[in-house]
Ligand binder design. Sequence first.
Ligand SMILES: C[S@@+](CC[C@H](N)C(=O)[O-])C[C@H]1O[C@@H](n2cnc3c(N)ncnc32)[C@H](O)[C@@H]1O
Length: 312
Amino acid sequence: MKPEQRAPSVFHVKQDQRAPNVCDYEGSDYRQRFWTRERRYEDLAERQGLRRLLPPEGEAVADLGAGFGRLIELYQGYRRIFLVDYSRTLLQQARQEHLGDDRFTYIASDIRRLPLASDAFDTVLTVRVLHHLRDVPDAIAEAARVLVAGGHYLLEFANKRHLKAIVRYLLHRQGWNPFDKQPVEFAELNFDFHPAYIGHHLVEAGLRPERRLALSLFRLQLLKQGLGPRRLAGLETLAQPLASLYPLSPSVLLCSRADKPQRPRPGYFLACPYCHARIEMERQRAVCRACRLHWPEHNGIYDFKGPGQELY
Ligand SMILES: C[S@@+](CC[C@H](N)C(=O)[O-])C[C@H]1O[C@@H](n2cnc3c(N)ncnc32)[C@H](O)[C@@H]1O
């Protein structure tokens, strides 16, 4: 097999048949199959990076594309924690581990149209999510909308300008150019992005990039096996300040601040995905009176995956 035909290591590439352009993790065993011991280093490196950039406390945090809640322990300083994901299966896994903890709210939804209130969240994160989106600007704009003025947006993205891609390109072993600014879809619904592309869309959405960290600097099988995850993650901390000046790493973490006028907090968190008016809860359904629509709540998960049903 020619090198350019080699399958990249992707997890899910199936599209949701009812919602084209959504990568469908419904019913998936993502946790068991992807987060094996082999990826312990990446997990540690991400947590380490997030700890450095994430404000440790606040009123409300929203993890968009939270999956099974891998990063939940980092949000313990927040009074309210919102986990949003398109997969009910993964949200249910997160919920099972925090039954009875009323700081958590679980929302099944597309992150490109959030059922969350504007100007309500101190911190928003998207980690390992944007690489599944064809329309990243829509997701970034939504993150910006729900943040309070000065709120933090932590965005992790898969970097197309990483060292391995550059070497492969220079050796003519890879067709796409890692320096080209446009995203590359290397497998169905799996994209790598150029840092300039992400930076441009952050600014467009009114987000001011402030800090950046190169992540997973040592994602090499040989190193992972030879040194082990902890030692590698330790080395990463040492190398990170220099490596982050011009990231050539497979993953990059950015921290941006919402540059918008100060507005009073709305005093609620759930809002209609269409008109952003307050959602009211009645008889296990979430209701938007303005649009005359409602969405179900099942087993502790607000389900905004569908378009909403009409109120009678
Ligand atoms: C690779 S997993 C990462 C999960 C988690 N952020 C983590 O780092 O462990 C990608 C997640 O993004 C979710 N996802 C993909 N596209 C989405 C969309 N349009 N709206 C909401 N969630 C989405 C998937 O359901 C999946 O849980």
